[in-house]
Ligand binder design. Structure first.
Ligand SMILES: [Zn+2]
Length: 236
């Protein structure tokens, strides 16, 4: 059977780090179970397609809005929900701080991935060259049709054209490479290209993932998480 979560070898090597990109078989109950097994709490955001990065030390007591979480505190799993949007998990190679990012096209246009990396750098005194960023499954460039309005949000400045391909036979429509745009923003924030890992699986094409573009059901979300743990290994 396929695993319920996908992990990234580069992140698995980091001491005290636990992470995963969820498939459709990994819901909120499974997330809480994994966290409890590591004596960790779970932090989720009210996601609003913004560029807001929240630095936290404990699970929020009420609703917390934003689209990225960062922490240096062990015992806290940061989680983001996606269904075609791109989940990004970022960690310091020495396991000193982590971040989880929800990047749809709106958050990407605002540069949220770069802000999350810079937040880790400034809040925790880290070198961006020591960050590893994993880009999880999301709608792929062949399945992500957008209009001129979206393209214009990215191409007002000097760059951005490279993330869009005109769609043959569909005037005014483009195929958008969401992961490439976020990778570029991470690199601009100082993350080394070699430390940016792309999963590349398309949520729209592959049935093991939820896809809003395919299913049109806002309740179906993938749960993606990263956290630092300490002390003895997981409890049974
Ligand atoms: Zn696809």
């Amino acid at each position: 059977m396929d695993p319920a979560i996908l992990t990234v070898p580069r992140l698995e090597k980091i001491p005290g780090l636990v992470h995963g990109f969820g498939t459709r078989r990994f819901g909120p109950a499974e997330l809480r179970r994994v966290a409890a097994g590591h004596r960790a709490g779970v932090a989720l955001l009210e996601q609003i397609h913004s560029d807001i990065v929240r630095v936290i030390k404990r699970p929020p007591s009420g609703k917390l809005t934003g689209d990225a979480l960062a922490t240096g505190t062990p015992g806290l799993f940061l989680a983001v929900k996606t269904a075609d949007c791109l989940p990004i998990l970022i960690a310091d190679v020495k396991g000193r701080a982590v971040a989880a990012v929800h990047a749809g096209w709106r958050g990407t246009a605002l540069g949220i991935a770069g802000w999350a990396a810079l937040t880790l750098v400034h809040e925790f005194g880290l070198n961006p060259a020591g960050l590893v960023a994993a880009l999880g499954p999301s709608v792929g460039a062949s399945c992500c049709e957008v209009g001129e309005d979206v393209r214009r949000r990215f191409t007002d400045e000097d760059s951005g054209e490279e993330f869009f391909r005109p769609r043959t036979g569909r005037p005014g429509k483009y195929l958008f490479d969401l992961a490439a745009a976020n990778a570029a923003h991470l690199e601009a924030a100082g993350v080394r290209r070699a430390n940016i890992i792309r999963d590349g699986r398309c949520t729209h094409c592959r049935p093991e993932f939820h896809s809003f573009r395919r299913d049109r059901d806002p309740r179906r979300r993938l749960y993606n998480f990263i956290g630092l743990v300490q002390g003895p290994g997981p409890v049974a």
